[in-house]
Design a protein around this ligand. Structure first.
Ligand SMILES: NC(=O)c1ccc[n+]([C@@H]2O[C@H](COP(=O)([O-])OP(=O)(O)OC[C@H]3O[C@@H](n4cnc5c(N)ncnc54)[C@H](OP(=O)(O)O)[C@@H]3O)[C@@H](O)[C@H]2O)c1
Length: 210
């Protein structure tokens, strides 16, 4: 796939590295073309160029900057936007929106022509970068969205990273995925597991022949 990433921070660059390793063509949009760029093998472009001509574009920006940035860009109609963000308060300890909406839904409302899929929001950047393996099989990456084709593309993207994609339903399910991400942060930070210590895996019931 031809993938654009907007935001070359911790999560954006980790996804770029992992996706490039999986064989995707990746371009990372950054604010500045002059600051040092550690991902030598991955082209750096503008935010707008990370949208143009891509199969999908990953939004890896802090909340609520993501909403303002997307409003200011020309987002091609029908573009698949993969929202990996969590609408965290500035101290990173709580969610700024929730219960009756989600960061993903606020983002989707800001760019009504786009097809937004929430994914990777509960998966730590360090796990992507280091390709960490877990007992019991690949970690699950839950995703949600309202457009079946857009979700199929994200499903394939997750599979290509050797992770276990789980369709969690429509975009409003982001109201549950974003708190799940905060639970992950609590395990990593307060419970001491560290960013490469834990990931979620969905267990499916085994079909037993009667
Ligand atoms: N870190 C993780 O493990 C992780 C995991 C799951 C989800 N997430 C979510 O992913 C999103 C990004 O997190 P992150 O950890 O990658 O954050 P980060 O390291 O701070 O990177 C955010 C990037 O956003 C861009 N940006 C644009 N305008 C900005 C502004 N005014 N202030 C700060 N940054 C600005 C910058 O990239 P350029 O300079 O390249 O434009 C910056 O490097 C968040 O919503 C977070 O909740 C993170």
């Amino acid at each position: 796939m031809n993938v654009g990433v907007i935001g070359g921070g911790t999560m954006g660059s980790a996804l770029a590295v992992r996706l490039a390793r999986a064989g995707h063509e990746v371009h990372v949009g950054t604010r500045s073309a002059t600051t040092p760029w550690p991902l030598a093998a991955i082209p750096r472009v503008t935010y707008q160029q990370a949208l143009e001509g891509r199969d999908l574009t990953i939004i890896a920006l802090p909340w609520p900057i993501s909403v303002d940035v997307l409003r200011a860009l020309a987002v091609p109609r029908g573009r698949v936007l993969v929202d990996v963000g969590n609408p965290e308060t500035p101290d990173g300890r709580a969610l700024a929106v929730g219960h009756d909406t989600s960061g993903a839904e606020v983002l989707a409302a800001a760019v009504p022509g786009a097809r937004v899929v929430k994914a990777f929001s509960h998966y730590y950047a360090e796990l992507l970068r280091e390709d960490v393996a877990f007992d019991g099989g690949p970690a699950s990456v839950l995703y949600c969205g309202d457009d079946a084709d857009a979700k199929a593309g994200v499903h394939a993207l997750i599979t290509s990273c050797a992770l276990d994609p789980v369709d969690a339903g429509p975009l409003a399910i982001a109201r549950f995925l974003e708190p799940m991400a905060m639970l992950t942060v609590a395990l990593v930070r307060a419970q001491g597991w560290g960013p490469t210590g834990v990931a979620w895996r969905l267990m499916r019931r085994r079909e037993v022949a009667s």
